[in-house]
Design a binder for this molecule. Structure first.
Ligand SMILES: NC(=O)c1ccc[n+]([C@@H]2O[C@H](COP(=O)([O-])OP(=O)(O)OC[C@H]3O[C@@H](n4cnc5c(N)ncnc54)[C@H](OP(=O)(O)O)[C@@H]3O)[C@@H](O)[C@H]2O)c1
Length: 367
């Protein structure tokens, strides 16, 4: 773990067995970069980290691959920092395939500078600093993404912190506000409160005026949750979150990433007309559940995953974030909680830290 910026990383090795050509670039891999003539000077190849085969963190290997070319409506970002997310680990393990057309390289978010724009892009010009949701390919010096998935860097934030905003903000906004319909004054419970998602959810829900409850696996993590605005943090190793929520009248909305045995317990912890939004199943997807409780107390169980959604849907989330969430960031009500930083080439160590679950907040790669 490197809580402070690290020295320059070692050079990536050239690979001859690259699994696929990055999207947006033809298979030639050689010759002048197609954007070179009318854009900033771009190299032919770049450093990146690839998933050499499905497996443990050490399958993440430094490599050299062609710089991708932005297609219609896309921008090319020269990445300064890339956020690390749990879905990257799922992809690395072979359990979360990239959607069709996405880069096979891991990495769902980044911040940096626009290095080239494809045809039809009006908002961004070369040199703009942006942070963006990526379809993949963030563990690299350059990545392409639809122009509508990029956002300006919120005033007062550096590229390092901004790189950690997109994946969690898109996910929390779309699931807590749009899908879950959280209202001011409601009781909101988020599991995994100290995770990247959890730390964002606590702050966003607090800023929206909800009463926030969070679960976490240690006293240190619970303290972090309280520090972010949770009125009650529940150490699930010592306390039963169902009992705590019931004494409060039940949760109006639960954001859950654990699943498994939490499913029936979440149902019990919900208030009448409560909503459960499922964004992952760290503990498993199959469980026996008495659906009569869902019917009798008029509960809603729903969920979503961000990555397979359409570009249009993600464009809409991005504009929502700019309008409603970026002002929270600017006034300091929502800040990415930074856990640690690793050089790009040490992505394997970053994944090991994340899967060790001792982190609080976000892990970032310095490119
Ligand atoms: N649906 C979507 O679109 C979407 C998008 C992004 C992320 N996600 C999901 O949201 C979750 C959080 O993502 P993240 O990037 O914020 O990850 P993260 O920082 O690694 O957070 C995961 C946290 O879950 C907690 N946890 C609780 N039960 C667990 C269990 N049985 N196994 C492992 N961890 C457990 C851990 O904290 P404790 O020590 O407190 O247990 C851990 O810190 C992940 O499951 C991810 O796949 C979903």
């Amino acid at each position: 773990m490197h809580p402070l910026p690290m020295p320059t990383c070692r050079a990536g090795r050239a690979t001859t067995d690259r699994p696929a050509t990055p999207p947006g670039r033809d298979a030639r891999g050689a010759g002048p970069h197609p954007m070179k003539e009318n854009r900033v000077s771009l190299p032919e190849t770049m450093r990146a980290v690839e998933i050499s085969r499905p497996g443990a963190p050490d399958v993440l290997r430094p490599c050299t691959v062609p710089v991708p070319v932005p297609g219609h409506g896309q921008i090319l970002i020269r990445i300064a920092y890339a956020g690390v997310n749990r879905p990257d680990a799922l992809q690395r393990a072979g359990a979360y395939a990239p959607p069709p057309g996405a880069s096979p390289l891991p990495g769902l978010e980044a911040a940096g500078t626009v290095a080239a724009v494809g045809p039809g892009v009006e908002r961004w010009t070369v040199g703009d600093e942006v942070c963006a949701l990526l379809p993949g390919g963030g563990y690299a010096e350059y990545a392409v993404t639809p122009a509508g998935h990029a956002l300006p860097i919120p005033e007062g934030l550096g590229l390092r912190e901004a790189a950690c905003l997109p994946e969690t903000c898109f996910t929390v906004w779309s699931n807590v506000v749009l899908r879950g319909g959280l209202l001011a004054g409601e009781r909101f419970l988020v599991h995994g409160g100290s995770s990247g998602i959890g730390t964002t959810a606590i702050q966003m829900a607090t800023a929206l005026g909800a009463r926030v409850f969070a679960t976490a696996g240690s006293e240190e993590k619970c303290a972090a949750c309280r520090g972010l605005g949770a009125e009650r943090a529940i150490n699930y190793r010592e306390e039963d979150f169902v009992a705590v929520l019931k004494t409060e009248g039940g949760a109006d909305l639960i954001l859950d990433m654990v699943g498994g045995s939490y499913l029936p317990r979440n149902v019990k912890a919900l208030a009448t007309e409560g909503r459960l939004v499922q964004i992952a199943f760290l503990e498993g997807t199959r469980i026996e559940l008495n659906f009569a409780e869902v019917m009798m107390r008029r509960l809603t169980i729903t969920g979503s995953t961000l990555r397979p959604q359409s570009d249009l849907a993600k464009d809409r989330y991005a504009r929502d974030l700019e309008t409603h969430v970026w002002p929270m960031v600017v006034r300091g009500a929502l800040r990415p909680v930074m856990d640690s930083e690793f050089p790009l080439e040490e992505a394997a160590q970053a994944h090991a830290r994340m899967e060790g679950s001792s982190h609080v907040g976000k892990i970032v790669l310095k490119v």
